[in-house]
Design a protein around this ligand. Structure first.
Ligand code: FES
Length: 166
């Protein structure tokens, strides 16, 4: 899907840029806006944002590729992002990832055929004290174990994304 900045998006971007001393400081918030609208940040979007902010394309691409929170390809309805850093690793993240691979029949970076789930292993989600943690779209699910994971998957399969579980 080719991305084209709409006049509406550009107006919103101008408003956002005005809040910062320099236009390029709005890059990350604008990338979030693109992802909210499109579900991911396409190459064309990076190109257009670079032009809009007066930045080299390489700088925009570097930011998008540095942060795992930005998707560079379409993702499923539910993006399952399992933290793989040390606290989560020690608390059982590898087992959770294995279970997700088995139950969904996909590996990291893949999406189920029905378009429901995309699986990713990501860097620290900043909730290490509640490891192991998985982010689903914008929600965090903490202190997960296999039983909680199974229950969550069932909810998601039935179209229910529960609120933050602690
Ligand atoms: S190590 Fe998993 S949230 Fe920090």
């Amino acid at each position: 899907m080719a991305f084209k900045l709409s006049a509406e998006f550009k107006a919103k971007a101008d408003k956002l840029c005005a809040k910062y001393p320099r236009r390029d400081a709005a890059l990350i918030p604008l990338l979030h806006e693109v992802q909210k609208e499109q579900g991911f940040v396409a190459e064309e979007a990076m190109d257009e944002l670079a032009a809009l902010l007066g930045l080299p394309y390489a700088r925009v691409k570097a930011v998008v590729t540095f942060y795992t929170m930005f998707n560079r390809a379409p993702v499923g309805k539910y993006h399952l992002q399992v933290c793989r850093n040390i606290s989560c690793h020690m608390a059982g993240a590898p087992g959770l990832l294995n279970r997700l691979r088995d139950k969904l029949g996909i590996a990291e970076g893949e999406t189920t055929k029905d378009g429901l789930f995309t699986l990713s292993a990501v860097e620290c989600l900043g909730a290490c004290g509640a490891a192991p943690v998985m982010q689903v779209n914008e929600e965090y699910f903490e202190k997960l174990d296999e039983a909680k994971l199974d229950a969550l998957l069932e909810d998601l399969k039935h179209g229910r994304l529960p609120g933050r579980a602690r």
